[in-house]
Ligand binder design. Structure first.
Ligand code: NDP
Ligand SMILES: CCCCCCCCCCCCCCCC(=O)OCC(=O)COP(=O)(O)O
Length: 325
């Protein structure tokens, strides 16, 4: 009796079917092995790519930018660190230069200080950046400011100022550096956006609008320059433990000056910087670094907008200041 199928006189046919199945299984295993090997090789090739790479980081004087500087420095990148305050940048340069890491060859970073919100300085800064090493491999548009306020109480100049820093500044720097990347048919542009580039939360209009604009611009750019060998990643983190909320502007342009609970309890900036490094290594297009609730909110905004808007209106009512009532 044939053991596998229990039919009498069936052993021969059944055996050959089993042989065939074993052959198919072997082939599948071999295929999976080749695929795994290929992926490991692709990964190794990508992981090696940051040694000596010229990486420009804006907003490198504090928070996420400073942590990005640390992790890209440790990966062997040649850094150009940007921010408004030359002295704070110099401090980061010295900290990194004093910290050679492991067996990796590291380089002392260079600092280029300029104000992203000043449209007259960005082109000159881009020329200074290009003069450092002759080209740029990775541009990380990280600098940004936050905002707190009701639209009714917010001066239009504040709406414009936040857009200048968070949107037009990075766009101007990107467009100034892009032609050289396209000429070399190589480069990677990262935009640090936010969960608020995917969903808009009440009393954050200027910030959320600037991040939505960032998402849209860099999505367009990704599609347009892929054929030129230039990659684009948009990173959308949830709360990160930095001074962002302290530096936020309010409706009248004054500084908010408070470390919000959400920000204080946010992710470790080093972890987020590692995720930025991974996105560059893996050439990821769009990365959301958020917990389940914000991620669910992003899906809800697309799949059930009416419910999302109701939840946001209820949030706005709860946050409403007494003077608005
Ligand atoms: N913290 C959070 O919860 C989250 C942050 N993000 C994003 O991460 C990015 C980094 O913010 P984070 O590290 O948290 O905040 P920080 O306030 O610590 O860092 C902001 C950086 O931007 C620089 N900067 C601000 N304005 C300008 C300007 N006009 N020109 C040039 N540089 C400027 C600052 O440097 P200097 O003042 O010396 O010029 C500083 O280095 C931002 O784009 C933010 O929107 C996204 C999601 C969550
Ligand atoms: C099932 C869905 C329920 C809806 C819940 C809404 C959840 C909203 C999550 C919001 C996450 C926002 C992350 C923001 C990250 C960021 O950019 O932070 C920078 C800020 O300045 C944040 O300002 P905030 O005033 O919001 O602290």
């Amino acid at each position: 009796m044939c053991f596998p199928c229990t039919k009498k006189n069936h052993l021969k046919r059944c055996k050959s079917a089993m042989d065939r199945a074993a052959g198919v299984l072997q082939l599948a295993l071999a295929g999976a092995g080749v695929l795994l090997l290929y992926r490991i090789l692709v990964r190794l090739r990508a992981e090696a790519s940051l040694q000596d790479a010229v990486v420009v980081i804006t907003g490198a004087s504090s928070g996420l930018g400073k942590e990005c500087a640390r992790v890209f420095h440790a990966a062997g990148a040649r850094l150009v660190l940007c921010g408004r305050d030359a002295a704070r940048l110099q401090q980061v340069v010295q900290e990194l230069a004093a910290n050679p890491t492991g067996s990796q060859q590291t380089y002392a970073p260079v600092a280029v200080a300029f104000d992203l919100a000043d449209r007259h300085t960005v082109d000159t800064a881009a020329e200074d950046i290009l003069r450092c090493y002759g080209h740029v491999d990775v541009l990380i548009n990280n600098a940004g400011i936050s905002y707190r306020g009701a639209i009714l109480d917010t001066d239009i100049s504040v709406q414009r100022d936040v857009m200048e820093t968070n949107y037009f500044g990075p766009v101007a720097l990107t467009q100034a550096l892009l032609p050289s990347m396209v000429r070399r048919r190589s480069g990677h542009i990262v935009a640090v956006s936010s969960v608020q580039g995917k969903i808009a939360i009440p009393y954050r209009s200027a910030y959320a609008a600037s991040k939505h604009a960032t998402q849209a611009y860099f999505d367009c750019l990704r599609a347009e320059v892929e054929r030129c060998g230039v990659r684009v990643s948009v990173i959308s983190p949830g709360y990160i433990r930095t001074n962002l909320s302290i530096n936020a502007v309010t409706g009248d342009g004054s500084k908010y000056g408070v470390l919000d609970k959400n920000t204080a309890q946010g992710r470790d900036p080093t972890d987020v910087a590692r995720a930025v490094l991974k996105a560059v290594r893996q050439r990821s297009s769009d990365v959301i670094l958020a917990g389940p609730l914000p991620s669910l909110a992003i899906y809800l905004r697309t799949l059930w907008p009416a419910l999302f808007f109701k939840l946001m209106a209820s949030r706005a009512r709860k946050e409403q200041k007494p003077k608005d009532e």
